[in-house]
Design a protein around this ligand. Structure first.
Ligand code: NAD
Length: 358
């Protein structure tokens, strides 16, 4: 196909409107399907642990991945104290490019997409790991990710009751308010972690603190429960007491990265873990017995962001979302960058070249 070589650009509002038009639950279901498809192509991807730059208050990470046809990367931060500056803990943007030419196909805000893909991946893992008939989830940490986790477990597993706890009661009140109109989903605010866990088949920990936190202790974890551990995603940043990990079945996204960043950083480097793609492909069980404690030790992997970008790219075409921008210089004569620059400086019509894009 011949098309003008412009990059599709989706800013944060474009993505919000796109997701709003599709519907959040429908978007999560579509995205979960994209993630599943890509994890089933695991061997096709060139993978690496993300590149992290740590500072006293946070982390900034670059997350690349490619299947040899498309290349994707995400820029993302994690700053648990950002709320003090009226900024989100997690902010992200990313790019999808074609490998054949290196041309950037799309540049997009990925803050919302990160919440959607994290929730979709959690629910995909839980669907393969949770006891049959699970209907109640404890949700510890009711910040920015909380609604998306709630909706993903509702849409993909049929969870109907969420027992919500946060050290900040305003966060829980916000969750209750935002989920009030969702048919078939009840948010029950509670006053402690223990109260949240009462009768819960699934426990999601989604807190933010740049420390070795102990949100759950072994005495709180009942046989057969599934733990969806989201907030421990950096060296020195965990949520589970290490004794919970011993004896549990642990599934991770990409073991080389999770051994550095996940709950399992607290275990010996050779502790047995299973990668999610193996479970989704049916090569390994997500759960072997009804009384087994299962843990999805999520840190967030670049492949999920590739899936999110791939989904956003298709959805933005279908719904005519975003705009086309001249992100990279595209001189009509590709070897005459200088001539193109002088024309641009003179205010002339610099034009764009026609190229073939997929
Ligand atoms: P956020 O700052 O918006 O919300 C975090 C919430 O946790 C806040 O409401 C805070 O009050 C609460 N909290 C902190 N300590 C707590 C405690 N001890 N008990 C109960 N609640 C507590 O952050 P967010 O964007 O919702 O992200 C939550 C966590 O998930 C962060 O740690 C983030 O790094 C992580 N995260 C992981 C992935 C992944 O792929 N695994 C993706 C996105 C975010």
């Amino acid at each position: 196909m011949k098309e003008t070589a412009m990059t599709r650009f989706l800013d944060a509002t474009d993505v919000a409107r796109l997701v709003g038009g599709i519907g959040v639950q429908a978007a999560i279901v579509q995205l979960a399907d994209h993630i599943r498809q890509d994890f089933l192509r695991w061997e096709s991807f060139e993978k690496s642990a993300r590149l992290a730059s740590h500072s006293p208050l946070g982390v900034i990470e670059l997350m690349p991945v490619t299947d040899g046809v498309q290349y994707a990367f995400k820029y993302v931060n994690g700053h648990p104290r950002n709320a003090q500056h009226a900024m989100p803990t997690v902010m992200a943007c990313g790019m999808l490019a074609e490998v054949e030419t290196g041309f950037p196909l799309m540049l997009a805000d990925l803050t919302l997409a990160t919440a959607l893909r994290t929730a979709a991946t959690s629910a995909l893992a839980a669907r393969a790991m949770t006891r049959h008939g699970a209907a109640t989830m404890a949700l510890i940490g009711n910040g920015a990710q909380a609604e998306f986790q709630s909706l993903a477990f509702h849409a993909l597993l049929g969870v109907s009751e969420i027992r919500a706890y946060d050290i900040d009661p305003h966060a829980t009140a916000k969750l209750v308010r935002n989920m009030a109109g969702v048919p078939g989903l009840t948010i029950v605010p509670v006053k402690s972690v223990r109260a949240a866990l009462a009768g819960a088949d699934i426990v999601s920990t989604v807190t933010a603190d740049k420390t070795r936190a102990t949100i759950l202790t072994p005495d709180m974890v009942q046989p057969g429960v599934h733990l969806n551990a989201i907030g421990g995603d950096c060296p020195g940043k965990t949520e589970l007491h290490p004794a919970i990990l011993e004896g549990a079945r642990i599934v991770v996204e990409y073991a080389p990265q999770t051994r550095l960043e996940g709950e399992i950083q607290q275990l010996p480097a050779d502790a047995p873990v299973t990668e999610l793609w193996q479970v989704l492909a049916g090569h390994a069980p997500g759960r072997a017995a009804a009384d087994e404690v299962t843990i999805f030790d999520s840190v967030g992997f670049a492949l999920e962001d590739y899936s999110a970008l791939r989904w956003l790219y298709a959805a933005s075409h279908a719904h005519h979302a975003g705009q086309h921008i001249e992100l990279v210089a595209m001189p009509p004569d590709p070897r005459n960058l200088y001539g193109w620059m002088t024309e641009a400086q003179a205010g002339g019509e610099v034009g764009v070249r026609e190229v073939a894009v997929a």
